[in-house]
Design a binder for this molecule. Sequence first.
Ligand SMILES: [Zn+2]
Length: 222
Amino acid sequence: MEKVISGIMRFKSSSFEERKQLFADLATGQSPEVLFITCSDSRIDPNMVTQTEPGDLFIIRNAGNIVPPHAKQAGGVTASIEFAVAALGVKHIVVCGHTDCGAMKGALNPAGLDGLPHVQEWLDHSRAAVDIVRAKHGQATVNELGEVTEQNVLLQMQHLRTHPAVASPLSTGEADLHGWVYDIEHGTVNAYCEEKKAFIPAEERYASLIADANSQSDLKTA
Ligand SMILES: [Zn+2]
């Protein structure tokens, strides 16, 4: 804990001072462009991975980057999604899974979650992802962890579409969904490609977007 406490002191005298104008701008409001849904895993730093600043990402985190399907009863995830989309007007929603995910290992082996009844119940929201992989390979073990992680991202994107706050801006093209898997060991991100029906390197998936951004910055510097 000492590391965390001394960090607060260092933050004020270093990072905060360096970004004083940014924090002054953020002091009275936020307008993030992206809702970022990822796992609670301590090894993921959404701002570091995307090289973004405070104010850029509205973040929801939980075990397994899960989005329960829309239901009458509100939960924290549902309320946060509604606020991000309907009140803040985010334009993009990213569901980001990751390699070596403990929640996905748990989903693969629910029997091993004895003594963790809430985790067990929560991971039931990922059961269809495990079932899809099992149907394809005749088994779903830790060897299929990568595939289950990808299927879980797709499943949670499907769940997102059941939320009225998301369904309507999606239908008009005002919002977009993205499915990612972050590789902790290699520092890379694979993104789901609708055309290829597969996860491919993010630089390939977003090649045209990157090219557009580059040509715009060329124009600015010309
Ligand atoms: Zn995880």
